[in-house]
Ligand binder design. Structure first.
Ligand SMILES: *C/C=C(C)/C=C/C=C(C)/C=C/C1=C(C)CCCC1(C)C
Length: 241
């Protein structure tokens, strides 16, 4: 009996119909595989690209660890692991800002750009956390503030200082920057949608209630692994020429 509970303590039971749990499980494996891929590819690149690919690997690796906990939390409590979710984002989104900065360094990006982007993303995430976990009665208001910070990020990379630097860099950096911009505009937009499905607000009558975790898990896979692959691709191209 003791052995049995010890065992079940290690591996929580997964119901075959638990589709949300399934996406946590797949997320865990995908993030792990992506990390191995990025880390093991490092030696093939020029020194100046290694840091960027390393950061891609760190993003998926940090996510893999959080997915391990989130999967477990979900199967134990059947609730959204909101806390782990936001800890993951607070670590990985600034690393994605770092990716923008690193590739734009060739055109003379300054650290002030990096801190600005990290600042916006922290406002976006902290207010999102307040709306989901601390003050859900005003979820729409927190979501609005978070959404504004998100638009500032979109503006910065599409039209602001970052976009000017990308144009100055030209070539494969500009190409990669453009794809990353699309990730932020389209891929990141899944998160506010998930948020509206998971919280109560004026939008609930239009969208209904849905499962926030499926939306977030799909978005994470697209954004963390896809984003990393864009950087990987840039490093492959630039190490050749
Ligand atoms: C790897 C994790 C990533 C790229 C997470 C990104 C998260 C967002 C872009 C979240 C945005 C939100 C809003 C724009 C409004 C509602 C609250 C959030 C935090 C879900």
């Amino acid at each position: 009996m003791t052995n049995f509970s010890l065992l079940t303590g290690w591996v929580a039971k997964m119901m075959p119909t638990d589709y949300i749990g399934f996406t946590f499980f797949i997320g865990c494996m995908a993030m792990m595989a992506a990390s191995a891929f990025f880390f093991l590819s490092l030696s093939q690149f020029d020194k100046k690209w290694r840091t960027s690919v390393l950061v891609s690997g760190l993003i998926t690796f940090i996510a893999a660890v959080h997915y391990f906990y989130m999967r477990d939390y979900w199967s134990a409590f059947g609730e959204s692991p909101t806390f782990f979710r936001y800890v993951d984002w607070v670590l990985t989104v600034p690393l994605m800002c770092l990716e923008f900065y690193l590739i734009l360094k060739v055109a003379g990006a300054k650290t002030s750009l990096l801190w600005k982007m990290i600042g916006y993303s922290l406002v976006m995430l902290v207010t999102g956390y307040f709306g989901e976990a601390v003050d859900p009665a005003n979820a729409w208001l927190w979501g609005l503030v978070s959404g504004l910070a998100y638009f500032v990020i979109v503006y910065e990379i599409w039209l602001g200082e970052a976009s000017k630097l990308a144009k100055a860099a030209g070539g494969s950096v500009l190409e990669a920057h453009k794809i990353l911009c699309w990730f932020v505009l389209v891929g990141w937009a899944i998160y506010p949608l998930g948020y509206m499905l998971g919280t109560e607000g004026w939008y609930t009558s239009m969208l209904g209630k849905g499962n926030v975790d499926v939306a977030y898990n799909i978005a994470d896979a697209i954004n963390k692994i896809g984003f990393g692959l864009v950087i990987y691709n840039l490093a492959v191209k630039s190490s050749k020429d």
